[in-house]
Design a protein around this ligand. Structure first.
Ligand code: SAM
Length: 190
C-alpha cells in the first residue's frame, strides 16, 4: 500500500485516503463483493483496499484515462501479490467505457474519476449494480466545498448534484461516511 501511495505521489494523483479506504474494504466485505467497477484507478490504492475486502477471487474492473496511472496500478497489484486475472484495467474515459459494461452484473461501483462527471457516472453505476449492490462516491465533501452553497465551481456543483440524486432516489439507501474526503455510499434496493 505504501509503495502504491508513493507512486501516486510521483504521478501527482491524489489516492483514496486511509479512512475512505477502510470504508471501501468494509463495504466490499459486508456484501461479499465478487465483482467491482471503479472509475479512476489512479495508482491503485483504492483498488488494493477493495481487493482486501472482496472474496479471494473477486475481480475489479478499473477504468482510467491515463495509461501511466494504469501501469503504476498494475505494478502496485503485483507488489501486493494480487493475481493479474483479478484486475481488469481499462484505459479510457469513464463515460465511454461504462456503457459497454453489463447491466446488473456488479456488486459495487466505486466512483473516483472526473468530479464534473459524477452525476453521469451515478446513472451508469445504478444500471451496472445488482439489487443489493452498493455505489460509493469518493471525495463526497469536495474539500468541504459541497456543503457551502456559495461554492459554484463545476466540480463542486457536480458532486453536490450527485448527492442530491442519491438522497432523492427512492430505490437507494444512502449514508455519508465522514472519513477522509467523505465517502457517500448507497445500497440499491431493487
Ligand atoms: C483521485 S484519482 C483516483 C485515485 C485512485 N482511486 C486511488 O485511490 O489511487 C482520479 C483518477 O481519475 C482519472 N480520471 C480523470 N478523468 C477521468 C475520466 N474522464 N475517465 C476515467 N478516469 C479519469 C485520473 O487519471 C486519476 O487517475
Amino acid at each position: 500500500m505504501l509503495a502504491a501511495r508513493t507512486r501516486a505521489a510521483d504521478l501527482g494523483c491524489v489516492p483514496t485516503g486511509s479512512g475512505a479506504g477502510a470504508a471501501l474494504r468494509f463495504l466490499a466485505a459486508a456484501i461479499g463483493a465478487k465483482s467491482v467497477v471503479e472509475v479512476g484507478t489512479g495508482a491503485g490504492v483504492s483498488a488494493l483496499h477493495l481487493f482486501a475486502g472482496m472474496v479471494p477471487d473477486g475481480i475489479v474492473t478499473s477504468i482510467d484515462v491515463e495509461s501511466e496511472n494504469l501501469r503504476a496500478a498494475k505494478a502496485a497489484f503485483a507488489d501486493a501479490g494480487i493475481a493479474p486475472a483479478r484486475a481488469r484495467l481499462i484505459n479510457g474515459r469513464g463515460l465511454e467505457v461504462l456503457p459497454r459494461l453489463t447491466d446488473g452484473a456488479y456488486d459495487l461501483v466505486h466512483i473516483d474519476g472526473a468530479r464534473s462527471e459524477y452525476p453521469h457516472y451515478l446513472v451508469e453505476a445504478l444500471r451496472l449494480l445488482r439489487p443489493g449492490g452498493i455505489v460509493v462516491i469518493d471525495d463526497a465533501l469536495g474539500n468541504d466545498r459541497v456543503s457551502d452553497p456559495t461554492q459554484r465551481d463545476a466540480e463542486t456543483v457536480a458532486i453536490r448534484e450527485t448527492g442530491r440524486l442519491m438522497r432523492e432516489d427512492e430505490n437507494l439507501v444512502p449514508v455519508l461516511i465522514p472519513l477522509s474526503g467523505g465517502v457517500l455510499a448507497a445500497v440499491k434496493l431493487r
